[in-house]
Design a protein around this ligand. Structure first.
Ligand code: PNS
Length: 160
C-alpha cells in the first residue's frame, strides 16, 4: 500500500489543489490531505473549517482522507507511517522553495521522498492568496474555488 501525504495550508483549498489531489489519488493507494496547524499565520478559516471543507469536496475520491497536523511534517509522516510527500508545482518560481523544503526533509529523514505533480496549465496562476485578495474586494471567485466555498469565503469578509 503506497500512502502519500499532500500537506499545505489550504486557506482555502483552490481548484489547483483539487486537481493535484485528484491526480495523486490515481497514482497512490491512499492520499492523506494534511492541513498544517500554523498558529503564526493569520488564517481566514480555522483548521476544523478547512478540514471539513476539503472533506466535502473530496468525498468522491474513496482513497482520499483529510486530517490536520502540527509541528514538523516529517514527524507527522513517521507517526502515520507514510514516506511520500506530494507537492504541486505551478511555475518555475515555485521550484526553488519546494526544492529547498524537499531536500531539507530528505536530509532529516532519508526515507522521505517528495513527488512533484505539475498543475494543470489553467490553474498555474492560482493561489489561496489570490482568492483571498479577490474575495476581500467582493471580486468574482467562482473560477478559483469549488462552488460550495464561495459564500463561506465572502461571509468571512463580511464579518471583518
Ligand atoms: O501550502 P503551503 O503553506 O505552501 O504548505 C507548506 C507546508 C505545510 C508544506 C510546509 O510549510 C510544512 O511542511 N510545514 C510544516 C513544518 C515543517 O515541517 N517545516 C519544515 C520544512 S523545511
Amino acid at each position: 500500500m503506497k500512502k502519500a501525504v499532500y500537506p499545505g495550508s489550504f486557506d482555502p483549498l483552490t481548484y489547483g489543489h483539487l486537481d493535484i489531489i485528484e491526480r495523486a489519488s490515481k497514482i497512490f493507494d491512499e492520499v492523506i490531505v494534511a492541513v498544517l496547524c500554523n498558529s503564526t499565520k493569520n488564517s481566514l478559516f480555522s483548521i476544523d473549517e478547512r478540514v471539513s471543507m476539503i472533506e466535502d469536496v473530496t468525498q468522491k475520491y474513496p482513497n482520499v482522507t483529510v486530517t490536520s497536523f502540527d509541528g514538523l511534517l516529517i514527524d507527522f509522516m513517521k507517526e502515520i507511517n507514510a514516506s511520500v510527500i506530494i507537492r504541486g508545482l505551478r511555475t518555475v518560481t515555485d521550484f526553488e522553495y519546494e526544492f529547498q523544503i524537499a531536500q531539507t526533509n530528505h536530509v532529516q529523514d532519508s526515507n522521505i521522498e517528495t513527488v512533484f505533480l505539475t498543475s494543470e496549465l489553467q490553474y498555474s496562476y492560482l493561489s489561496s492568496s489570490i482568492v483571498k485578495e479577490f474575495a476581500s474586494y467582493g471580486g468574482e471567485i467562482s473560477k478559483f474555488v469549488p462552488e460550495q466555498f464561495i459564500d463561506k469565503i465572502y461571509s468571512k469578509y463580511k464579518d471583518r
